[in-house]
Design a protein around this ligand. Structure first.
Ligand code: SF4
Ligand code: SF4
Length: 432
């Protein structure tokens, strides 16, 4: 049997590639980089162990048991193991694909299935519905109920994930999607034309960040096109094992963005950027390879883009502060973008970058992982916050909304003095 074709005890649809599992030579270099191995010390919760599980299912030595499913979902998909692996094994992605097998082998009950389908098939793919769904949360804040609830500690009576989700909610402003002009012209000497991919979490939770992103791009000399019809990037679907809906969303986004006459497709969300770059693999066989390669070559994280084209620094205003930088996993490990945010930070006049230890260690957010495994997430977060506190920096800078939500909540709960900001908020502050 050819290595790549073997399915074994997996279902045919969206099975991990056997050849990927075969690449592991069991050297163990990945073990010290894996947060779930650090938490448990269990081989099966390590990259090497997870790859071995997938291989055993493919070789029909193991059924797709509940334990295999649980390991697939316990993986943070942080991809730290990919950065460490000399053999190019992508354990996080193998687990991500394994999650799509879970529904076939261990289907949810009626209530769970209905809720899952509503969120993944209806709410996330429909921006209007998604925005409407947050109206009650905005009212809850506007009427001062959130303030009362936090002061009275009534949330401590709920389950851990409810407490955490409610505590993480930032102050919500109206969504940005319909407010952003379709075209924002370049300021000063024009350098080009870019498309802006506005992510769902950014428009809903951090509109002020993306507002700064498009403003900075415009000040840097780029016309910024923001297509309003853009859909969710599909990252939540991949994370929950719904690859089919992710594919449908990817097809729509690809068609829309390729029809826009831009030199680059820029995003300020590391999770979206990683998902967009992965379209090449997700849509393999459905879209001509040349189109996929052309799309992939255009997608850039905003820090990657600005560092590549060179930041115009002449007019930047000093921001006198000390900062430390937390690297989002989906930026440094999934996209290999690690130096560029630091390059930009070092170019902002007045900013002093104080490096933290383990800057690329996960913060424990990882989409819904931080809510599903709230106890473990707290342990991962505590390790991160210890490293943040040791720097003594005034600001904690990151580049992904999921990290920002988790870190802002963690800093607040721990009583640390740091304010958590997105890199583009800081660059926006320095932009006249
Ligand atoms: S996943 Fe990579 S680093 Fe880890 S044991 Fe296998 S070959 Fe070694
Ligand atoms: S993706 Fe992260 S959590 Fe998952 S196996 Fe790799 S290092 Fe461990």
């Amino acid at each position: 049997m050819k290595g790549d074709a073997r399915i074994g005890n997996f279902k045919q649809q969206d099975a991990p590639r056997y050849a990927d599992a075969l690449q592991c030579m069991r050297c163990g270099f990945c073990l010290p980089t894996c947060p779930t191995f650090a938490l448990t010390g269990r081989e099966r919760s390590s990259p090497r162990g997870r790859v071995a599980l997938a291989r055993a299912v493919a070789e029909e030595q193991l059924e797709f048991t509940a334990a295999v499913r649980d390991e697939a979902f316990f993986c943070l998909d942080c991809r730290a193991c990919t950065s460490a692996c000399p053999s190019g094994v992508r354990a996080g992605e193998i687990m991500e694909v394994c999650r799509s097998q879970a529904q076939a082998f261990h289907p949810l009950g009626y209530v769970g299935k209905t809720f899952r389908e509503f969120v993944l098939h209806k709410m996330l793919p429909t921006p209007d519905l998604l925005e409407t769904s947050l109206l009650p949360a905005r009212l809850y804040q506007r009427l001062g109920i959130q303030w009362l609830v936090r002061r009275s500690k009534v949330l401590k009576l709920g389950s851990d994930w409810v407490n955490k989700a409610a505590g993480m909610l930032p102050e919500l402003a109206p969504p940005l999607r319909k407010q952003l002009p379709k075209v924002i012209p370049a300021r000063g000497e024009r350098r080009g034309r870019v498309g802006f991919f506005l992510g769902c979490v950014m428009t809903l939770m951090y509109p002020q960040v993306s507002r700064q992103t498009v403003r900075v791009l415009s000040h840097q000399g780029f016309d910024v096109i923001t297509p309003r019809e853009i859909k969710c990037c599909g990252a939540p679907h991949l994370s929950e094992g719904d690859r089919e809906t992710a594919r449908q969303l990817a097809l729509k986004n690809l068609e829309l963005l390729m029809a826009t006459d831009v030199e680059a497709i820029v995003t300020d969300c590391a999770g979206c950027g990683s998902a967009l770059k992965d379209y090449e693999e997700l849509l393999d066989g459905l879209v001509p390879a040349a189109t996929l390669a052309a799309f992939r070559s255009k997608v850039r994280d905003v820090s990657e883009f600005l560092a590549d084209v060179g930041l115009r620094i002449e007019k930047l205003i000093p921001v006198n502060t000390t900062v430390t930088y937390h690297e989002p996993c989906h930026l440094c490990h999934a996209q290999g973008v690690s130096q560029q945010p630091r390059t930009l930070l070092n170019q902002i006049p007045g900013v002093e970058l104080l490096e933290m230890d383990e800057s690329s260690w996960c913060c424990g957010s990882a989409a819904t992982w931080g809510l599903k495994f709230s106890k473990e997430s707290q342990q991962v977060l505590d390790r991160k916050l210890g490293n943040v506190a040791a720097t003594g920096a005034e600001l904690l800078v990151t580049a992904n909304p999921g990290c920002q939500l988790q870190l802002a909540w963690g800093v607040r709960e721990a009583g640390l003095p740091q304010q958590v900001v997105h890199l583009m908020e800081l660059l926006g502050q320095a932009t006249p």
